[in-house]
Design a protein around this ligand. Structure first.
Ligand SMILES: [Zn+2]
Length: 161
């Protein structure tokens, strides 16, 4: 884990993934819930939900490549919007950054990073939040990536959400 740990120590990990956890059954929720739908009777979870900070670690569960930029979003198209299965359980939706959309695949390890989300109008109000960046995998052969010309054409991406 050395390389991965070092890589992430040098990366600012400022994001807000505050969810909560049911002390009764251990289920984790993001965003936080007031009652636990997993407990057989919701009443049993009342008063047992405690703050829980998600690690931001997860894998891509599903994704789609977006070709049209939404107004106000300062992002280059195409970009990848993914459904990420966190290690704690909750599914999060977010943009995957710093990766060629053609390299994204289901099961790819990602981690939440704190990034600029959008700038709002002339006032220039900037919103920040989490996005996802690829976690480099140990022992991945550096020369293993196929040349772009060698990638067979395929339907753009699995549909999502
Ligand atoms: Zn519960």
């Amino acid at each position: 884990m050395g390389t991965v740990a070092r890589f992430w120590r040098e990366t600012p990990r400022r994001y807000n993934l505050g969810g909560n956890r049911c002390a009764h059954c251990g289920s984790v929720y993001f965003p936080p819930r007031s009652v636990c739908p997993t407990c057989e009777t919701h009443r049993r979870s009342l008063g047992h939900l405690e703050p829980f900070q998600l690690s931001g670690d997860g894998t891509i569960f599903s994704y789609t490549v977006v070709h049209d930029a939404a107004e106000g979003f300062e992002m280059q198209v195409p970009y990848v919007l993914a459904l990420v299965k966190t290690v704690e359980g909750p599914l999060l939706t977010g943009q995957v950054v710093d990766v060629d959309p053609r390299e994204v695949r289901i099961g790819m390890k990602v981690r939440a990073v704190f990034r600029k989300l959008r700038a709002e109008g002339a006032a220039g109000v900037i919103h920040y939040g989490y996005k996802f960046a690829r976690v480099p995998e140990e022992g991945r052969p550096a020369a293993g990536a196929p040349a772009r010309a060698a990638v067979p054409s395929r339907p753009d991406a699995p549909a999502v959400v």
